[in-house]
Write a protein that binds this ligand. Sequence first.
Ligand SMILES: Cc1cc2nc3c(=O)[nH]c(=O)nc-3n(C[C@H](O)[C@H](O)[C@H](O)COP(=O)(O)O)c2cc1C
Length: 352
Amino acid sequence: MDWWFDPRRTYDDNVRNGPFGPFDGHPPERDAPTTPAERFLGHTVRRPFGIAAGPLPTARHCAAAFSHGFDVNVYKTVRSRAMPAHPFPNTLAVRVDGDLCAEPGVTLLVDGDLDTAHSISNSYGVPSPDPDQWQPDMAAAAASAANGQVLVGSCQGTRDGDDTALIADYARTAQLVAETGAGAVELNLSCPNEGTGALLCFDTPLVARVARAAKERIGDVPLVLKIAYFRDDDALASLVRAVAPVADGIAAVNTLPALLVDAAGRQALPGPGRETAGVCGASIRWAGLDMVRRLARHREASDEAYTILGVGGVLTADDYETYRHAGADAVMTATGAMRDASLGRAVSALAR
Ligand SMILES: Cc1cc2nc3c(=O)[nH]c(=O)nc-3n(C[C@H](O)[C@H](O)[C@H](O)COP(=O)(O)O)c2cc1C
């Protein structure tokens, strides 16, 4: 496997020396580009398809993604202050037969063979440089988008006190992202590394306050909310009603949580608080598709008009089409793009 974001290397190595393999030096590999013809959050894009928040932590990674035919790319989630990554390793191959169950407490065996895995874990802890570092880099990433391409900047608040402080931190960080010239701001409300039982996206009143505060600070720049899998459809409907007045888009899903163990039944990832990690890839495709269908249904039953960004288990151009048919206005991939750098061009080549 020719990884360009390489899970066999530390996060810092990826940031400092990546991207690798097919993205190394990111030579332009544009086949005859498709004419921009589709709308995405007020932008005209070639294809509403690209790389989800995660594997693009620098402007170099983003420029490479744009060169390889991924047209809507998300710069990895940043914060208002520097934060280190969780200790290595972070991404392991997980063995899942079929669909990963969304019930809490599922235990999965890590089997070590990343090159053949279709589902992987992701336990980075949302590291971030300081804004003095990431703001100019994100601005360079936004500037590397060609005609018909858009950079989305992802960010999240850091809890360091009460809800009011968290809301203020989300809003301030969103503003810092908007200042870079990113075409949209995505708020990560579904970070599985900060306690899966208490994901922010499940607290509807708090999410509504965070979204309103962020929107006030970013003005006309489109606001996207990234959420986790909702088992409770009434809770999803109520979240959507609460945020629809200020959210321009909803992205779903983030990873599904699972307990990871090695062959001896021991905790697979080192360190306290890392018994559970987010799982992504083929085994969560059903969850992304289910959320897209439900978000489309809720939108149809109301007079709301949010854009739906479908994420989860997109490994092939067929998966892209399945998501579009399910109701996604845009489709994103993290695991699939890491495994296959040619996926952007494969989607570009699809007939309109
Ligand atoms: C290496 C890696 C890092 C990730 N980091 C982030 C992140 O910083 N912020 C975020 O919102 N999602 C993050 N994600 C989750 C992805 O954006 C996506 O929601 C999830 O992986 C499901 O898509 P997939 O099945 O295509 O991987 C990360 C995923 C991977 C694989």
